[in-house]
Each structure stands twice: as structure tokens, then as C-alpha cells.
Design a protein around this ligand. Structure first.
Ligand code: AMP
Length: 608
């Protein structure tokens, strides 16, 4: 076992250690089932050395005897005070490495002497040398220092080999987007056979998930100032209150990666005029994304810089890989996909993927066969449709993906949608499988009606939850946020529904149906480009009118219940006329529909 070469991701916020055993990659658990060691070193009350969670936990109370983010100081000729002694950055890093080494030895039941350690692609020679030195101080022979994006690409390469459906390609260009707690970097990596090369890298080593937490803390402070008249300085002056706020902010941020709303809560923050101030504040994903947008935009700009450094454009990329805990923020994948046109891969745990790649490299150096990374993922994207903008125009059937292909299962995601009309009491929820931005180009796999909503102005929030279990059973639940009223459906076998090209077959079948104009009304004729009779813009306009017409009919049908005999007849005739116009397929369809809607609206106006 002493031949084993471990892989170590010596990170700014957390560090991980992994090893290949019996052809499998194991990321070694540090404590309480967590495979990450906080990269924090400190001295406890009794001057005992603390490394990891214990040191991180005491930071707020005793910053003077705690050291965080030592990675940022590597390569500097400086010394840091810890208790009554001073240490160089490699010495502090060595304490982290030593802790990892001991844990690995206990796990493997054998001595660990050799390691591959990862560093950011932008690290200078001095920083790499300092890392090597840290390993040596910890009693490790550092057999290789590799770049973090290289390690991530190796882990995904091993995963791809395990995935029989993945196309074999001689050369692959990957964009590795790495957003951790305190650092961000993006690299363009070329993989040819076993050779992995970083072509260009860019980033900001002072940007990360910690900034997102700070945005939420500022949001809370602004709220406390507004509602409780608490001066931000009062909270900022109390390290304990700030630590609690920070804890609530991070928990809220993580919850918002899966849900459209989160409650920022702390039992007790501090005292004001002798009374305790507690925190309970809802934040929506929408509000949160507005707060962090400047940071995310900066990272997207960096993607352009890295690509131009590699003399490539987005169209040269084969894949986008997500690394670092903060890439779980849905906005990251969404904007990266909008920028590159490629759905990013996040199926390998983004916190662990670099250590896994380092372990693979270690195994190769030790002369063993490369392991494969096997992960259960959903091969399809699942989502719903809503009114939005498609190709620059308003469109009622924009596809909104909730669970994306390649997400490890089980998985659950939710998002919020809003009613479009005043007093809208029902919503039709359609579940689609596919990738096309036009939901009608995807496969409809389920549909249900949510009835009995409150009669309130448009904008009533409805939360949609999608969850898929390990057996591929998809559950979709819709709930009215204010009342908790719920409807749900279960779709058995969602992931094995359209295997082996059957998805395309099904898509073809459905499109053929839509091309048959006797089969369905005009609004479902999805392929606007093939259609000669109605221009694209007119067709979209018509679809929009249909949505409005449905709302008008709904209102008319409600009035039917109370209308007198003459008015009923009038209403029924006009509703029929609108329905006929909705189904019309002529070039004047929209004009006809507008006219019929105007007539019905007149009757409604008169009855109202
Ligand atoms: P890393 O440096 O790669 O360990 O990433 C740590 C950062 O990722 C911290 O800011 C975490 O709060 C953040 N993080 C971890 N999990 C999530 C999540 N589910 N959603 C958003 N951020 C997360």
C-alpha cells in the first residue's frame, strides 16, 4: 500500500484528499461523514493546534490565533503569527497537509508517503515551489504538482470513459469554470489522449461564494435598518452577531440553489434596548440573483478573456465543466449555458472533482490502470413551459428547465411562476422532457390542472417542485405559495422513457402530428420556419392572442353562471366565435381572433 499516491486538493477554503483503490476513486471522509477539511489552522484555549472545522469555528471569537486562506499567501516571503510563534505560509499549509495525511493513513491502514497536489493554473513558480515545500514539511514526497483545471478535466475524462454513450473524440476542448468560496478562475483545457494542457486561464482570486454571503448579510442589515431602526454599525460591531448573520446568509444561499425562496433565520442576533433582536426574513432567488449579478457578470467576462487567450471562440468548446462549491448557484450554469450554448457538466461533485483528478494522476504515475468514475445521472432535462421571450419575442411556451440532463440523481429543484391574469383561479401545468427552448419542440410527459387558486391580481406565486428519485420516478408538485394549496403528479420511469433514439422517434411522431392541420389547432404548429402561409412574427402574435383569448373565455364562462337568458345566449355565441377564430389556420387568423375577442370583450364590458 505504500506505493499508493494520494491526490490532494489544497484549497483556499477547504482541502480534500482522494485515493484510487481497487480501480475505484475514494474521497476520504474527514469527520462526521464530510469529505472536506476546512483550510483553517488555529490554536485552542489550551494552545493545542486546531486544524479544520474546530479552527474555523473559533475564528470569529479568536481571529488573533486563527489563520484562514493561507493559500493566498503561498510564495510570499512572510511570516504569520500564531500564538507566540511565527510561521511561513508553507509551514501553515503543511499543518493542513499533515492532518490530511494522518486521516488518509488511518483510512487506508498504511503509511502515505507520496502525493500529487493541485494548484491554480495561475500560480507562479514561487507559489508552486512553496506548495512543494509544504508537502515536504508534512513528510510527503510531492511526485507532481498539477493544475486544478487539469485535475477536473481528468476526473471528467474518467467519467466519460465510464459512460458508454459518450462519443469518443481525439481532442477535446473544455472550459473549466471554478468558483470556490474565495477564488474564481476559468481555464480553457485541451485533452488529447492522456495529455491534458491548460491553454489559457483567467480569474480573480478575491471573488467567490463568500462575496455572495456578504451580499445577503448587507440585504439583512438594510432590512433591520428599515424595519427595526437598527443601525448597521450596531450589528457590525458585534462579531458574534456578524458570525450568526453570516451563518444564516450561507444557509439561505445554499437553500436558494434548490428552491425559489429561503428564510434567513437566527434565534438571537443581539440585544437592542434590553430586548433580543431575532431574524426571520424571506428572500427570493430573484432578489438574491439581483444582489450577486455584478459578481457573476465579472466571471462571464473572464470566460471571454480566457477564450481569447486560448485563441478560441465558444464554438470551439466541446464541454463546460463546473468546479467549486459556488457553481451550485443555478444562475452560474444558466448564464454559462446562455454564453456558450452548452449545458455545463456538474455531475461530479464540484467540491471533490479536483482531488479526484489528482488521485487519478497519482494512480497513473504509480503505474496502475486509470479508474472510471461512475455516477448515476438523469440523461434528460425536465421542465415546464411559461410565458417568456423566445428569439426576441414574447412567447407563451418558453421551455423552463428545472432538472437538467447530467444532474446526479436523486435530485430535486423548484422554481416559482406567477399567474398572468387578475383573478386567475387555475393554472395548467405541463411537464416536458427535452432541451429545446421552445417547449413545444420537446416531449410532453405529463400535465395537470391546479384549480381553486385565490382570486387575486395577476402575479400570484405558484411554486413548482420537480424531484426525481434513484429509480427515475419524477414527481411534480405545484403549490400556491400563500395558501399551500397543492396538486401533484408522478411520472413513472421518466428517465427510461425514450431510450436509444426513441426520443427522436417520439419527437418526429409528435411533429408529424402537428404538421397535420386537421389534428390540432394552429397554436400547436411548432415549426414556424417551414410554414409559408403565416409569417413568423404573425404566428407568434397569434399564439400570444390565443393565451389572451383563453383568459377572456375563462372570464366569460364565469359570468355565464350568473347571466340572464338573453345575455347567456349572447355570451355563448361570442365565446364560440372566439373559439373558432382560435382554431383558424389562415393567414388572417390573428386579425379574425382579435375581432372576435373585441366582440366578446364588449359583451363582458356591458355585463360587468
Ligand atoms: P469550495 O471553495 O469549492 O469548497 O466552495 C465553497 C463555497 O461554495 C462556499 O462559499 C459555499 O458556501 C459555497 N457552496 C457550497 N454549496 C453550495 C450550494 N449548494 N449553493 C451555493 N453555494 C454553495
Amino acid at each position: 500500500m505504500s506505493d499508493t499516491i494520494v491526490g490532494i486538493d489544497l484549497g483556499t477554503t477547504n482541502s480534500e484528499i482522494a485515493v484510487v483503490r481497487d480501480g475505484r476513486i475514494e474521497v476520504i471522509t474527514i469527520e462526521n461523514g464530510v469529505p472536506m477539511l476546512p483550510s483553517v489552522v488555529g490554536l485552542g484555549e489550551d494552545h493545542a493546534l486546531l486544524v479544520g472545522a474546530a479552527a474555523r469555528n473559533q475564528y470569529v471569537l479568536h481571529p488573533e490565533r486563527t489563520i484562514r486562506s493561507i493559500k493566498r499567501r503561498m510564495g510570499e516571503a512572510t511570516r504569520l503569527q500564531l500564538g507566540d510563534k511565527q510561521y511561513s505560509p508553507p509551514e501553515i499549509s503543511a499543518m493542513i497537509l499533515l492532518r490530511l495525511k494522518k486521516i488518509a493513513q488511518a483510512h487506508l491502514g498504511a503509511a502515505v508517503q507520496r502525493a500529487v497536489i493541485t494548484v491554480p493554473a495561475y500560480f507562479s513558480d514561487a507559489q508552486r515551489q512553496a506548495t512543494r515545500e509544504a508537502g515536504e514539511i508534512a513528510g510527503l514526497e510531492v511526485v507532481r504538482i498539477i493544475n486544478e483545471p487539469t485535475a477536473a478535466a481528468l476526473a471528467y475524462g474518467a467519467h466519460r470513459r465510464a459512460d458508454a454513450q459518450a462519443p469518443a473524440k481525439v481532442s477535446r476542448k473544455s472550459l473549466v469554470y471554478d468558483l470556490g468560496g474565495g477564488t474564481f478562475d476559468v481555464s480553457v483545457v485541451n485533452m488529447e489522449g492522456d495529455l491534458v494542457e491548460v491553454l489559457a486561464s483567467h480569474g480573480n482570486n478575491r471573488l467567490g461564494g463568500d462575496d455572495f454571503d456578504r451580499c445577503i448579510v448587507d440585504f439583512v442589515l438594510a432590512h433591520l435598518a428599515r424595519t427595526d431602526g437598527i443601525d448597521a454599525a450596531t450589528a457590525v460591531a458585534s462579531p458574534i452577531a456578524m458570525a450568526r448573520l453570516q451563518r444564516a446568509a450561507e444557509a439561505g444561499k445554499i437553500a436558494l440553489s434548490e428552491r425559489p425562496y429561503a428564510t434567513l433565520a437566527e434565534e438571537f442576533l443581539f440585544e437592542k434596548d434590553g430586548a433580543p433582536v431575532h431574524l426571520s426574513l424571506e428572500i427570493s432567488r430573484h432578489e438574491y440573483e439581483a444582489l450577486i449579478e455584478p459578481y457573476i457578470t465579472e466571471t462571464m467576462d473572464a470566460v471571454h478573456v480566457a477564450l481569447s487567450g486560448a485563441k478560441l471562440t465558444v464554438s470551439d468548446l466541446d464541454e463546460v465543466l463546473l468546479v467549486g462549491g459556488a457553481t451550485r448557484t443555478p444562475m452560474v450554469a444558466r448564464l454559462l449555458e446562455a454564453l456558450t450554448g452548452i449545458a455545463p457538466h456538474g455531475e461530479i461533485n464540484p467540491d471533490l472533482c479536483v482531488a479526484m483528478g489528482a488521485a487519478i494522476q497519482g494512480q497513473t504515475i504509480a503505474g496502475g490502470a486509470s479508474p472510471m468514475v461512475l455516477i448515476d445521472v438523469t440523461p434528460y432535462t425536465f421542465g415546464t413551459s411559461s410565458f417568456g421571450i423566445l428569439d426576441g419575442r414574447e412567447y407563451p411556451y418558453c421551455f423552463v428547465p428545472l432538472i437538467r440532463s447530467n444532474t446526479p440523481i436523486p435530485a430535486s429543484r423548484s422554481d416559482v411562476f406567477y399567474t398572468m391574469y387578475d383573478n386567475q383561479v387555475e393554472v395548467d401545468v405541463t411537464v416536458f422532457q427535452g432541451e429545446a427552448p421552445d417547449a413545444l419542440d420537446n416531449i410532453e410527459i405529463g400535465r395537470f390542472l391546479v384549480e381553486g387558486l385565490r382570486e387575486v391580481p395577476a402575479g400570484n406565486p405558484i411554486v413548482l417542485d420537480f424531484s426525481i428519485d434513484i429509480n427515475g420516478i419524477l414527481q411534480v408538485r405545484a403549490s400556491e405559495k400563500k395558501t399551500g394549496l397543492q396538486y401533484a403528479i408522478t411520472i413513472e420511469n421518466a428517465i427510461s422513457r425514450f431510450e436509444d433514439g426513441k426520443l427522436n422517434e417520439a419527437r418526429g411522431r409528435i411533429r408529424a402530428m402537428f404538421d397535420d392541420d386537421t389534428a390540432l389547432p394552429v397554436d400547436t404548429d411548432v415549426d414556424a420556419k417551414d410554414d409559408e402561409t403565416q409569417p413568423d412574427a404573425g404566428r407568434l402574435e397569434h399564439r400570444r392572442s390565443i393565451v389572451e383569448a383563453e383568459a377572456l373565455i375563462e372570464k366569460a364562462e364565469r359570468l355565464l353562471k350568473t347571466a340572464g337568458a338573453d345575455d347567456r345566449e349572447d355570451l355563448i355565441d361570442n365565446i364560440e366565435a372566439v373559439r373558432d377564430a382560435m382554431a383558424s389556420d389562415t393567414a388572417q387568423a390573428d386579425a379574425e381572433l382579435q375581432k372576435a375577442m373585441a366582440a366578446l370583450a364588449d359583451v363582458l364590458y356591458y355585463l360587468d
